[in-house]
Design a binder for this molecule. Sequence first.
Ligand SMILES: *Cc1c(COP(=O)(O)O)cnc(C)c1O
Length: 464
Amino acid sequence: MPEGEMPKEVAYRMIKDEMSLDGNPMLNLASFVTTYMEEEAEKLMTESFPKNFIDYEEYPQTTEIQNRCVSMIGRLFNAPVSPGENAGAVGTSCVGSSEAVMLAVLAMKKRWKNKRMAEGKPCDRPNIIMSSAVQVVWEKATRYFEIEEKLVYCTEDRYVIDPEETVNLVDENTIGICCILGTTYTGEYENVKAVNDLLTERGLDTPIHVDAASGGFVAPFVVPELKWDFRLPHVVSINVSGHKYGLVYPGVGWVVWRSAEYLPQELVFNINYLGADQASFTLNFSKGASQVIGQYYQLIRLGKHGYRAIMSNLTRTADYLSDSLEVLGFIIMSKKSGEGLPLVAFRLPHLEDRQYDEFALAHALRTRGWIVPAYTMAPHTKGLKMLRVVVREDFTKNRCDALIADIKLSQQSLEQMDHESIKKQQEFIHKHHTASSKATHNHPKYRKENHSLQGKTGKTHAVC
Ligand SMILES: *Cc1c(COP(=O)(O)O)cnc(C)c1O
């Protein structure tokens, strides 16, 4: 921290210049997170900067707006509405899906524990069932809250959970099952209905939580007939990232329970709100109000028709990109026609005489400004490598054509490089991409972790 002040223009310029070294969000095809909002939304959000969201008493209208968002999202996910104390969805805004998942996991753990205690049974070994392709928050949640993780592994040609294998893992200590609506690697929707139906068939009452971080604002509009939400009786809670296909700038997620029955009382605190109480169940206290306001703007500005139009358009662009990449000889690993998220996951065919891999191609594209990440897939896929392009609202057909042209050029230039230089470059890239142990900004104590799926198996956590 400097001793003295500096002129505001200088501070602005210095920081702005430094930030020009960051990637360009528009060309960042790695991220699901929103990079475009309308000026009116930005204006409202800027005007809300000084508001602390948690001050219900001082900003009652902001609280009201959050509650309306929860209600709209609950209905979008088909939460049952019936009269009575426990009726209707309950939920809250969060900083993102990660906080939302943490809360949902805590609720499942608490419910399981309460039930076990009431039955006089031990409750010291809770477990949760999930895919090995889970987003890193699930690994964090199990570790932070001391829950054993039971993994359903992907295979070389199946990148989602196998429902049968999943339900076979259920035992008396299972607090719940996680199903992902749109995995971060290939965007494929896990078969929630099959898991639900198998549980019913076997007379099990295991709850399902759907991690719909990305798919929650896509599936209801593109494939409304797909049953993955509260229409399935075993689905007790769902999270969605408002800042992904909810179309809000980073900093908002949602968690919704099908009814109050599934959110144990012990997790809820009441905060004074205009003489009455407003329930609060979040991990953190203070946060900005802007993101909730931004979400409300998008929901009422676009309506169902607007979201449907945008999500269908993204799906068409993703299909177009898939078809074009197939023509270039790539193998497409993601679904088409709205059967998964609007993204394209692809890899190079296994050819003996090709000298470069997916990481080298990603590196070559970077020189044109495109950020297209390369990954090593979830464990048990024989180190399968892949590239992924996330199609967002600001990725037009025109930009898509520019990307395809640059992929062609990059391939040509890689093919023309002599074997020796490719090998050298590849070694450099692999070191650079995969050696967090060398990163100087990482504290030496934490550089070599080997407890996570990344540390243990070499899986790379996909960018979200
Ligand atoms: C993005 C993502 C998360 C984490 O959500 P944040 O909103 O980034 O906290 C969790 N699960 C899945 C499937 C995701 O895609």
